[in-house]
Write a protein that binds this ligand. Structure first.
Ligand code: 4AD
Ligand code: MG
Length: 461
């Protein structure tokens, strides 16, 4: 029988926080993980052990005359048996006095992670190792925690999670930037008996019928876009969260977005305090103050037309933009979004009521005949974090717009028919999950928020 109790390092820090770690003083523990560092001074050696459960490693103290332990290098996997001792006077609040350290997996001479700091560019070339570095260890923990609280938020607010398909015959955003799927390139259409099957760009169309039945639903899954944009904010494969809810108008959509985002950011920060403190210290000196404002301050609500006016004024006052034709219909670029969020409004803004020409076919047409009930949430540093709208729920208006856009009506008839039978006003939005991870960690490249990034001209294995 194994008398040692299994703890993770996180369990120990949790107990410390809850002031119950003293109950384990002198207890025998059994920990497993990888070596972060190893040094010895005279008779005593110090191993820093990380088991991935939390940011902060644990210090293992050993007898330095044991040359086998002394020789353990960064990256070695080990098992440690020892006793726990509180060390309130020392730099770390407790340590493990090793009785036995067992090498489980050694490292070869060419192990690519070394003690000296490697650039993010280099680490992108070794995605199978980079999660062992402090930064990426923290990124993927925060990513997982965010996903947990996203599900928790929706679950506790009565939203059901619907698994919409990845293979689809519809193009939700109508941009044609899709990855085609072939079972056999010689006979592309044979397998599904469809002319055009591709990876989904959004689960929205498929989730709408569920919203009209269950009232409140959401999707959370991978989405794919064949945009040829090599930027720090676009991935070819990314995850999207898309709530959709019935009896909801544009304002309800904004309210949900704000409440939901503030909740998941706050809860994740509380849960990953050490990780966020690390990002604040090493990645972005303004991170914590930005997150605090994000949580505490109401997001400002601005119409597209008002924003356009602000940009015109800025130009009159001598600010130079690359694109300066501020006539109605301009699709804002990142320079405009940046100016609005960082200079004019100094915080997140809901930009609503866009010209219909620059938005997707399914958005509710406003009475002015020019704009649609769309919303983009723009945030400093990131740009567009979410995009959503109230949906057009009038059959004739939707059909007219689809005809204007020369869409293939038969392919979307199933979707149109939702407006014929038990139609309800409804709204929803899509949140780009990696952009949320960027917001919470301060990481500046979407490639550094994805475990295995797939971007334009950029896929390793
Ligand atoms: O604004 P988008 O295109 O909206 C939709 O797809 C709607 N169907 C959502 C809905 O109403 N249910 O995409 C939503 C969000 C964007 O705001 C952005 O955060 C993210 O998805 N996104 C990307 N993230 C990473 N890489 C890309 N290539 C992205 N394209 C969009
Ligand atoms: Mg958008």
């Amino acid at each position: 029988m194994d008398l040692t109790e299994k703890y993770t390092i996180r369990d120990l820090y949790r107990r410390l926080e809850q002031k119950s770690l003293d109950k384990l003083e002198g207890e025998r523990l059994d920990l497993g993980g990888f070596v972060k560092s190893n040094r010895s001074m005279g008779q005593v050696g110090f191993l820093s052990l990380n088991d991935g459960s939390c940011y902060t490693p644990v210090q293992v103290v050993y007898d330095a005359s044991n040359k086998e332990i002394d020789a353990l290098r960064l990256g070695c996997s080990i098992k440690v048996e020892g006793t726990l001792h509180l060390t309130p006077e020392a730099k770390q609040p407790f340590e493990i006095k090793a009785e036995k350290v067992e090498l489980i997996g050694g490292v070869s001479e060419d192990f690519p992670l070394q003690k000296k700091k490697a650039s993010f560019e280099y680490l992108r070339t070794i995605p199978q190792w980079r999660m062992k570095t402090n930064t990426f260890n923290a990124v993927f923990r925060v990513r997982s925690t965010l996903a947990y609280y996203i599900h928790e938020y929706f679950h506790s607010h009565g939203f059901y999670w619907i698994h919409t398909p990845i293979l689809t015959a519809n193009d939700c955003e109508g941009e044609g930037q899709t990855f085609q799927v072939y079972a056999d390139v010689k006979k592309p259409s044979e397998y599904f008996n469809k002319d055009n099957v591709h990876l989904t760009v959004s689960g929205q169309l498929h989730v709408e019928p569920f919203a009209l039945t269950y009232g409140k639903v959401y999707t959370f899954g991978p989405t794919f876009r064949a945009e040829k944009s090599n930027t720090t904010r676009h991935a070819a494969e990314f995850w999207m969260i898309e709530p959709e809810f019935a009896f909801a108008h544009l304002e309800d959509d904004c309210n949900l977005m704000e409440d939901f985002l503030k909740y998941v950011v706050r809860k994740t920060w509380e849960d990953c305090k050490d990780d966020i403190a690390f990002f604040q210290e090493r990645i972005d000196k303004n991170l914590e103050s930005r997150l605090r404002e994000f949580i505490d301050k109401p997001f400002q609500r601005v119409t597209y037309t008002q924003a356009l006016e602000k940009l015109r004024k800025a130009k009159e006052n001598g600010h130079h933009f690359e694109v300066e034709d501020f006539s109605f219909g301009l699709d804002f670029g990142s320079e405009h979004e940046k100016y609005l969020t960082e200079v004019v409004y100094k915080g997140p803004i809901f930009l609503t009521d866009y010209p219909k020409e620059i938005k997707a076919f399914y958005m509710k047409q406003n009475d002015d005949g020019k704009t649609v009930a769309a919303v983009d949430l723009l945030v400093p540093m990131i740009g567009e974090l979410c995009g959503g709208s109230e949906r057009e729920c009038d059959y004739d208006k939707l059909l007219a717009r689809m005809n204007e856009l020369h869409m293939n009506i038969p392919a979307y008839q199933w979707y149109l028919d939702l407006r014929k039978n038990g139609s309800i006003p409804h709204s929803g939005f899509g949140l780009g999950f990696e952009r949320l991870v960027m917001l919470v960690t301060g990481m500046q490249n979407i490639r550094d928020t994805l475990p295995y990034p797939r971007c334009y001209k950029d896929m390793l294995f």
